[in-house]
Each structure stands twice: as structure tokens, then as C-alpha cells.
Design a binder for this molecule. Structure first.
Ligand code: ZN
Length: 95
């Protein structure tokens, strides 16, 4: 089986990078299946351009009361990929 874990290894842009090169970001929940496109400009205004969504997750903010995890996706030429590496994926799926 092809090891695709290296695919994202060199793609861990900051929010400022994503805005500059035009990479879209989405947040999704592993439980309620909610999904929302992230407004990068608004997020940068809040956390600054050097923040990165890579390997980040947080408790669900998309649906009140949901106990799921929110994770981030990024747009690679029209394909939405989870914004994390293989190690984080293993850790999160185990937890
Ligand atoms: Zn949720």
C-alpha cells in the first residue's frame, strides 16, 4: 500500500500563507457531521497570520451540546483533505 503520510509533511502553512496562496479551509465535526467554511481573514484578525491549523483540533463549536471533535480540512486543488499528519490521525482515531 502506498504511504501517503508524507504528502502533507511539507505543507503546514500558516493562516497568512493560506490566504496569500489561496488555499481554502473548512472545519468539520467527527460526530455531528456539521461543516463550515472558514473565513481566513476573520480568523487572522482574531489569532494572527502566523497561527496554523495544522494538527489542531478542538471540542465541537458547530452544534451546541455536541461532544464531538472539530478538525480542519484544506483545499488541495478542489479536494478537501484533513489538515493533519498520520501520527495525529492515529492518535485522534484512538482517542
Ligand atoms: Zn459536532
Amino acid at each position: 500500500m502506498a504511504d501517503r503520510s508524507g504528502f502533507n509533511r511539507f505543507f503546514q502553512p500558516t493562516l497568512g500563507d493560506m490566504l496569500r496562496i489561496g488555499v481554502g479551509a473548512k472545519v468539520a465535526c467527527n460526530r455531528c457531521q456539521c461543516e463550515r467554511v472558514i473565513n481566513l481573514e476573520m480568523l487572522i484578525a482574531k489569532v494572527g497570520p502566523s497561527y496554523s491549523l495544522f494538527n489542531r483540533r478542538c471540542r465541537c463549536k458547530l452544534l451546541p451540546g455536541c461532544q464531538g471533535w472539530n478538525y480542519f480540512l484544506h483545499d488541495r486543488s478542489g479536494v478537501w483533505l484533513p489538515f493533519r499528519d498520520a501520527a495525529a490521525a492515529d492518535r485522534w482515531l484512538a482517542g
